[in-house]
Write a protein that binds this ligand. Structure first.
Ligand code: HAM
Length: 420
């Protein structure tokens, strides 16, 4: 019978032992930044009701119309979450988080799923870190969110990023703008790509987002949303720019930035990098003042961002930044004989409770093979134990980097290793 070998699904990757320490390092930076900005962690389920995502993200978006991993079980419709904002809004509403008073400042880290065509920087399972600030309509909140995002990249040492900002206005501004856009594109409808033609009636702003060659000239000449903003949207946008300048956060205004999710109002932004290929957005976000009400909650203004881990690592790799911490053991117990193995098994907890990373041989190998294994584990020290050491209570401590050996009692040995 032939043995079947399995592979992970297309666009879904294992994070292997050599890679996981880099993930931990970046997660640590994010948690540190969240603490400094005083955001609390929220963890929502990996699956959500399909209707929540359809309504929250928007029926006509690429995500909902063709990229959802969805299935039914009994009467319930499940979807693997494609993004974090609608789920956090659901949790906010379901648990009345607003009643805790003040603004809710939440962050999350986790896997997300979109059935996209995999390519560099585009996976079917990817990982985001994100933050949502709920209960404030103040432009200051927008800038806190952007500042949080930028701080993570700064701490990670990623350079050459560019922050693009735009305002997509309030519903009133968008209504006037939508008409202006349709008036502009209507005489040229036949020249637009097929995908843009389908967006003409339903969501003409998404035409601006088109990557199709034949749309580009027309898009360049299209009216700009910033010329159609209502007084209050204009005032909001001006304050966002003023606060960004006050924090010395450089930005580029991009009136074509519309984002691929339908819930945005007012501020929209993206952090891009020239180092990661055609999927150049490290992260993005914006204000979504109507979303919580849209999914059944009380009207609550909110703003947030999310960024992809995989793209952060692509930028780091291109810039020669390595997060990988040396994964070495502090100490490896090398044993000779069954008594010594039993002793080692019982001493490991003591070493570990002293904060040391400690391991031993699990395969009954020869002393020589164990020393080789200790080297492979990059152990800093080896404790060598046999019957005579057990009798005298004096153990051999080998400093693996200096290749020196000394005999000493167990407590002396522990303090020597911990202070090394
Ligand atoms: P998004 O722009 O769809 O926004 O995704 C944010 C980031 O997640 C992207 O910039 C990218 O780094 C990463 N990402 C998205 N899809 C993939 C993929 N298929 N493969 C690899 N990385 C990917 C949102 O998700 C919004 N929820 C952001 C937000 C939060 N808006 C307000 N609050």
């Amino acid at each position: 019978m032939s043995k079947q070998k399995f592979q992970a699904h297309l666009g879904m990757s294992d994070i292997l032992p050599g890679e996981s320490s880099a993930w931990l390092r970046v997660e640590k930076i994010i948690r540190e930044t969240a603490r400094e900005f005083h955001f609390e962690e929220i963890r929502t389920p990996i699956m959500e009701p399909t209707e929540l995502i359809a309504r929250g993200v928007g029926q006509l978006t690429d995500i909902v119309s063709k990229e959802m991993f969805a299935f039914e079980r009994g009467d319930d419709k499940y979807v693997l979450r494609p993004e974090g904002t609608a789920p956090v809004c659901r949790a906010y509403t379901e648990h009345n988080l607003g009643q805790r008073g003040g603004t809710q400042k939440l962050f999350y880290i986790g896997p997300f799923f979109r059935a996209e065509r995999p390519q560099k920087g585009r996976r079917r399972q990817f990982h985001q870190f994100g933050a949502e600030l709920m209960g404030s309509a103040d432009p200051l909140a927008d800038v806190e969110i952007i500042h949080f995002m930028m701080t993570v990249y700064k701490k990670a040492g990623i350079k050459g990023t560019s922050l693009k900002i735009n305002s997509v206005g309030d519903p009133e501004s968008r209504k006037t703008y939508k008409t202006a856009l349709q008036d502009y594109f209507r005489p040229h409808l036949d020249k637009l790509s097929e995908i843009s033609k389908t967006r003409f009636e339903s969501n003409p702003m998404r035409i601006l987002d088109s990557k199709e060659e034949e749309d580009q000239d027309l898009i360049t000449g299209a009216p700009k949303i910033t010329d159609y903003l209502s007084e209050s949207s204009k005032a909001h946008y001006e304050l966002v720019k003023k606060y960004l300048a006050a924090l010395d956060i450089p930005f580029v205004e991009d009136s074509r930035l519309v984002r691929g999710l339908d819930y945005y109002t007012e501020t929209a932004f993206e952090l891009v990098s020239g180092d990661i290929g055609s999927q150049d957005a490290l992260g993005g976000g914006g204000r979504y003042d109507l979303l919580i009400e849209e999914i059944g909650g009380q009207p609550t203004p909110a703003v947030g961002f999310a960024c992809g881990f995989e793209r952060l690592f692509l930028a780091a790799e291109a810039q020669g930044i390595s997060f990988e911490k040396e994964q070495s053991a502090d100490v490896y117990i090398v044993t000779r004989g069954d008594e010594a193995r039993l002793w080692a098994l019982k001493q490991l907890p003591l070493l570990r409770s002293n904060g040391l990373s400690a391991t031993m041989d699990y395969a009954g190998r020869s002393i020589k093979a164990q020393m080789k294994d200790a080297n492979r584990e990059q152990a800093k020290f080896a404790i060598i134990v046999g019957d005579s050491e057990l009798e005298t209570g004096q153990f051999t401590l080998r400093n693996m980097t200096e290749s020196t050996e000394e005999a000493m009692a167990l407590d002396e040995l522990i303090s020597k290793i911990t202070s090394a």
